[in-house]
Design a protein around this ligand. Structure first.
Ligand code: 5GP
Ligand code: ZN
Length: 153
């Protein structure tokens, strides 16, 4: 881990996360400043700043997991009309956390204004209000069960 990498801390259980999925190579959790309802981040367990710093099979695995998340979101009714699968690769491309990650951001018809204003805050590094932890935990739980093919209690 590089010094004070928040995603390494999350991967190592040293910082909190609303966990959606994990295996030996990657994990997925809810973004604390969602650009859309149900916004998930998929990250490699190993520290790498850019996607090209990863072995090709690891980056391929991340995209496969992102697609599984996308399908799970759709089964829950999120992003039925569209989803961003986004990778900000490098500082000039608005990467604010220097640990590679894929965003899976469900969109809704008519949410452009809300989404654009949040995106502006994101791009400027200001971000907005954090989502409530309880909301993120509920969404993560629903997604976790959905990926397992089960229904939450
Ligand atoms: P980037 O701008 O690097 O593509 O995106 C970084 C993302 O990480 C942002 O959407 C931001 O909200 C999210 N993020 C930053 N710190 C944390 C954190 O501590 N926990 C979670 N869950 N997300 C974070
Ligand atoms: Zn890291």
């Amino acid at each position: 881990m590089t010094r004070a990498c928040i995603f390494c801390e999350i991967a190592q259980g040293k910082a909190p996360k609303a966990l959606v999925y994990e295996d030996d190579h990657c994990l997925a959790f809810m973004d604390i400043h969602p650009l859309g309802d149900g916004h998930v981040l998929v990250i490699p367990v190993e520290h790498a700043v850019q996607i090209t710093d990863l072995a090709p099979e690891t980056s391929e695995h991340l995209f496969n997991v992102a697609q599984r998340i996308l399908r799970g979101q759709r089964r829950l009714g999120l992003g039925l009309n569209g989803t961003h699968i986004l990778l900000n690769d490098g500082e000039a491309a608005n990467q604010t956390v220097p640990h590679a990650h894929i965003h899976v951001i469900p969109r809704k018809k008519g949410d452009s204004l809300r989404s654009a204003s949040r995106l502006l805050l994101h791009v400027t590094g200001l971000f907005g209000a954090r989502a409530k932890r309880t909301t993120l935990e509920q969404q993560a739980k629903a997604l976790r069960y959905e990926l397992d093919g089960r229904t939450p209690d």
